[in-house]
Design a binder for this molecule. Structure first.
Ligand code: ATP
Length: 238
């Protein structure tokens, strides 16, 4: 029998009033995988990701995390159940230092757990350690993204959701962020990644899904999607 998926969506839908942003999407992420969701601007990627977190609420369907139904669980509870998210736009606290930002990510935890989390994140990302006392708002976009990921890891999640972590970053920095995502996975964290940068996102993904107008239109291995002529034409510039 198949092991329980880390994450399973069954016919998940999200509406904003009459607008249907996510339309009966079914997908799964297995433990230890990197799975990428690609799609054009406005396809519903962010809505899908945030619905997993319970904000906004699903208008239909089911979300299961490690076998537990979280569809109606409050967002703050979901964040205690092994899920963490690095939202679109990074959203680090610009006036706080790197260290203070990380501690905010551990706000559910006791002091020992926070210290352990900080040590762990600094081991994974020595660059953040070097900048522990720098204000986050003065760091580069790439460094802020690294911090956003580090902060999400403070709760020791089993599953990390990433919303467009490379948006607006320079090519060299983008490569570094994708290396970091692989480091996170090697560290034992399952990754579900939403990206417009389809080429890179599919290159590091075990599997990928394609979202169009709220519908899933394709799923395959990352390698097969990368080689698919339709995908190349629509998302990889031919
Ligand atoms: P992007 O890459 O631009 O963030 P996306 O694929 O993440 O796009 P969403 O942001 O999820 O797409 O948007 C999907 C659809 O839902 C769009 O038509 C958008 O206008 C609509 N939408 C998103 N958020 C809201 C909201 N808070 N209220 C009403 N409509 C919304």
């Amino acid at each position: 029998s198949q092991p329980t998926p880390m994450l399973q969506l069954e016919r998940l839908s999200t509406h904003y009033g009459a607008i249907c942003a996510v339309n009966e999407v079914s997908l799964h992420v297995n433990q230890g995988e990197i799975v990428s969701l690609i799609g054009a601007n406005g396809a519903g990627k962010t809505s899908l990701l945030m619905t997993i977190c319970g904000t906004p609420r699903a208008s239909g369907g089911k979300v299961t995390l490690e076998g537990r139904d979280i569809t109606h669980v409050p967002t703050h509870e979901i964040m205690r159940m092994g899920l963490a998210v690095s939202p679109e736009g990074r959203r680090v606290f610009p006036q706080l230092t790197v260290l203070e930002n990380l501690k905010m990510g551990g706000f559910f935890q006791d002091k020992d757990a926070i210290d352990k989390g900080v040590t762990h994140v600094f081991e994974l990302f020595p660059r953040l350690k070097d900048r522990a006392n720098q204000r986050a708002g003065t760091m580069s976009g790439g460094e802020q993204q690294m911090l956003a990921i580090g902060r999400a890891l403070m709760s020791e999640p089993h599953l990390l959701l990433l919303d467009e972590p490379t948006l607006g970053l320079a090519p060299l920095i983008i490569a570094q962020i994708f290396e970091i995502i692989e480091t996170v996975r090697a560290d034992g964290v399952t990754v579900f990644l939403v990206e417009q940068n389809a080429n890179r996102a599919l290159s590091i993904a075990d599997r990928g899904y394609v979202l169009e107008n709220g519908h899933l239109v394709m799923e395959d291995t990352g390698a097969n999607l990368l080689a698919n002529p339709d995908i190349r034409k629509a998302y990889l510039g031919g």
